[in-house]
Design a protein around this ligand. Sequence first.
Ligand code: UDP
Length: 434
Amino acid sequence: MAESTQLISDRSARRRIAVVSMHTSPTASLGQDGNGGLNVYVREVCSAFSDRGIATDIFTRRQSPDDPAIESLAPLSRVIYLTAGRSLDKYALYSEVPGFAAGIRSFAESEQLQYDLLYSHYWLSGEVACLLRPEMGAGWAHTAHTLGLVKNRTLASGARPEPAQRIRVEGEIAQQADLLIVSTPDESDDLVRSYRANPERVFVVAPGIDLATFQPLDRAEARRKIGYGPGRLMLFVGRLERLKGVEVAIRALALLRDREHDDLRFVVVGGDAHQGGSQDGDESEKERLKAVASALGVRDRVDFLGSVAHHELPYFYAAADVCVMPSYSESFGLVALEAQACGRPVVASGVSGLRSVVRDEVSGYLIDGHDPAVYAERIGRLLADPELATQMGLRGRLLAQRFSWTRTADRLEGLFEDLIESSHARVQAGVRHE
Ligand code: UDP
């Protein structure tokens, strides 16, 4: 959290953006309950905007009675906690959308604030922006982070498909938002082909990374920090949900252990989602994975460590011999980027988001499909040849250096400025949004 607490709106800001992040907060603990890349993205972009004189008010839900009404994220960035659907899971939150939109409206009125732009994240927030945009007279930019139709194309077995309501709302957003910000060219194609978005409104802006935090560290020192000694380690970091494919990595571990790698451990960082994305509703993904590991005789080789604070993760990446990411879908994959920035090779599924981060045979391996034997073979190659792993790690660091949150914010700022100017001109001319 920023040291200077800016709980009152700073009127000197060059621009003022209302950021809608209804289902999750940038201040939430990462790696559990669906908190991950989106939260990091919102936090980093709003901090970078603050550095350049752009104020953001991030509207999210109050999740516990201890949440304050307003919290400071950076000198010009505030998180505003609205009371709406506190204990509801994200699938039940849709009914709270009008109440949440009303909360933003009354906050803006009570502070007499005019926002230059609405910037929504994920489909629920997009629906909130859809309601607010006509009356606010501001431009509207939206980042989907993931798309229901894309997720449903490559579901893990037993995973729950994304509901039709989400896909309908995503279609509405794709038609109505002024700017659709995506992380990769593939995501742009998905929006245009599957949701019939106007390609002129879709812009690819790569997410970034904090290279000062995520950097190579001494392996032995990193292991001491996290309580591990010698022996080989493979690492997973992320939310425990079906789509992350952790089961594939556990099956690969079992195959590797049957061969010569009997010192190999699998470190799993990330908390359980209350709903692990399975068809069985409330089933815990962590408990399911534990059962899989037990059935394969490797339960004693898998450490479920729960979620770890973002700034502590460099030690985990640095301690690992290889980072695995067998996801069924991923619109980007910050974890793969972080592992590479820490100089570690990544063995990942070849889904489109991960293709934009990992280079096959250069910084790791990309694998089509989810056959544990193929994962075991690639992980085994790296374990058997530490020099190859080191070289891939070095190249991964170089690739990671192409990404930065400053660059992400530069690109967003340029797009947003154009939109703000055209919507101000439109308001002055008395033209309403269609
Ligand atoms: N993360 C974290 N602590 C954890 C698990 C995850 O800080 O215990 C962070 C991780 O470092 C990454 C983000 O959560 O920055 C996950 O982003 P990613 O794009 O890999 O996955 P998503 O959550 O978007 O599916």
